[in-house]
Write a protein that binds this ligand. Structure first.
Ligand code: ADP
Ligand code: ZN
Length: 299
């Protein structure tokens, strides 16, 4: 049996505005193409067409699909692999996995793009060698990919841990910007939440603006909860806000140590810089995530 890293697989990253279809071996992308995401009928057919064209030449053994969500992920459900109630016009109910699976049989893995990124950071990036870690993207929203025992967590669907409410910092009465929950984590720390709090885009705030204290505190509450719940070895943070404000990292680390008060033996001042880190794969995380997803269904 060839090592999984040497085997050729296919990937599709389905994004809100653009999609990428690719063939890869290990972390090498052998061929790729980027297409606009329009309607499901047009976009999925175009992606499928590209996969069919490349099949003969590359003979990929599995397909990984990393998609925007929400997506049904319970294999016993009739709508497995379908898009759920996404606000993206026309996409609710679309059979994403079914439309792309031809030629791959059972060897199709579908999950969120964020979960794909989590797997890719585990194989080639900031969580290499770990079996339990969480990738958190803080950008337009907050997405979390949770890896336990080397496998993505999927129940009835993918976890939506970005929408968990966190205890608010004393003195913070901002209502939050999540359209569903107001001051859930995403409503407080994603770009639109920060912009709503301060009245201008997050990237225009100075590094020492007091608003970052609230953002870091909410992230620290969330991360302390993740460490307590999962006992994971590392949290990897990505996204425009997550890596665009380098000062946040140490603020969040200090907050997590303080909030856990020595309760977890693996979280302390000496260890925390190794427990909470920046992502390493940047904009490669999405495409590489599809290859990592495909590898989960190779035997
Ligand atoms: P997406 O989440 O849509 O995939 P990004 O991760 O780039 O994309 O996140 C975009 C969000 O991040 C926007 O809300 C933007 O205001 C915010 N953002 C981008 N760069 C920075 C930065 N340097 N500092 C703070 N916020 C940023
Ligand atoms: Zn929410």
């Amino acid at each position: 049996m060839t090592e999984a890293q040497d085997r050729i697989v296919a990937g599709v990253e389905l994004g809100g505005t653009k999609s990428i279809v690719l063939i890869g071996r290990g972390r090498d992308i052998l061929v790729s193409e980027r297409l606009p995401t329009t309607t499901p009928a047009v976009t999925l057919a175009a992606l499928r067409q590209r996969l069919a064209e490349w099949h003969e030449q590359y003979k990929p053994e599995a397909l990984g699909i990393g998609s925007f969500g929400p997506i049904a992920l319970d294999k016993s459900d009739a709508d497995y692999g379908h898009m759920l109630a996404t606000p993206k016009p026309g996409w609710a109910g679309a059979d994403v996995a079914g439309a792309l699976a031809e030629g791959f049989g059972e060897r199709v893995a579908i999950h969120t793009d964020v979960t794909g990124a989590a797997l890719a950071e585990g194989q080639w990036g900031a969580a290499r060698g770990l079996s339990d870690h969480v990738y958190v993207t803080v950008g337009t929203g907050v997405g979390m990919g949770i890896i336990v025992n080397g496998q993505p967590v999927s129940g009835r669907m993918h976890p939506e841990a970005g929408h968990v409410r966190v205890r608010r910092m004393a003195g913070d009465d901002f209502a939050g910007a999540c359209p569903f929950h107001g001051d859930c984590l995403e409503g407080l720390v994603a770009g639109p939440g920060i912009a709503a709090r301060v009245g201008r885009p997050a990237q225009e705030l100075a590094a020492d603006d007091p608003a970052w204290t609230f953002v870091a505190d909410a992230l620290a509450e969330s991360f302390a909860g993740l460490f307590l719940t999962l006992a994971c070895g590392r949290i990897v943070i990505g996204g425009g806000v997550g890596v665009g404000q380098p000062q946040l990292l140490d603020m969040v680390r200090a907050g997590v140590v303080e909030k856990l008060s020595g309760y977890l033996p693996f979280i302390n001042t000496a260890e925390v810089a190794n427990r909470i880190v920046h992502a390493q794969l940047g904009d490669q995380a999405g495409p590489l995530g599809t290859l990592a997803l495909a590898r989960t269904v190779l035997d």
